[in-house]
Design a binder for this molecule. Structure first.
Ligand SMILES: [Fe+2]
Length: 190
């Protein structure tokens, strides 16, 4: 963006600017947006199956409540994405998100590795926060793409989900700070 003026004056045309300045046509941005949308759609659907396993392995009431609330939100987020596909007039297709698949696999390994109780709770929080941060990055990007594409209805749907992800992350931090990490450390020292 900083080179934009120079590039335009040097080349004269918008087309050349795109080629030399890394600029992107809206059709290309739309393709990228759709691709990212399919990725997060897969991720959210996978999470509706993964979060119940975390709930099953969690001990702390606060953690169970936080995860249960976010499971319900996640189901709504899947529906919200279907709405986005409808608005842009594309089929709601999920494309495997390798990153989320890896994060979910790691969560499974942590739950196997940790002892039940405070240690496992702390492990679940760490895995769940990695998931939230991936989602925050994805929805932040998607919202920006949608805004650049002028899709205001889509922006507000994505914004709603982005806020939910941020709140879920903050709530997990609170749960960790309130008790679980302290308990896990005390168990370690005992
Ligand atoms: Fe989500």
């Amino acid at each position: 963006m900083q080179n934009k003026k120079n590039t335009i004056s040097a080349n004269g045309t918008q087309e050349k600017e795109n080629a030399t300045n890394g600029g992107m046509q809206s059709s290309q941005l739309m393709k990228l947006f759709e691709n990212e949308l399919k990725d997060i759609f897969w991720a959210e659907k996978a999470l509706t199956k993964a979060i119940p396993k975390m709930i099953k392995n969690a001990t702390s009431t606060e953690l169970v409540e936080a995860l249960t609330a976010h499971l319900e939100e996640t189901k709504q987020q899947v529906e919200r994405l279907v709405e986005v596909f409808t608005i842009i007039d594309k089929k709601a297709i999920a494309k495997k998100c390798e990153a989320m698949d890896g994060l979910i696999k790691e969560a499974g390994e942590i739950m196997e590795f940790c002892e039940a109780g405070a240690m496992c709770d702390a492990g679940i929080i760490s895995a769940a926060q990695k998931v939230e941060h991936y989602e925050i990055a994805s929805y932040g990007t998607l919202r920006q793409f949608a805004s650049t594409l002028g899709l205001s209805d889509v922006v507000s749907l994505l914004e709603t989900t982005l806020e939910e992800e941020k709140e879920a992350d903050a709530r997990l931090t609170e749960v960790a700070e309130s008790a679980i990490n302290v308990e896990a450390a005390e168990m370690e020292m005992a």
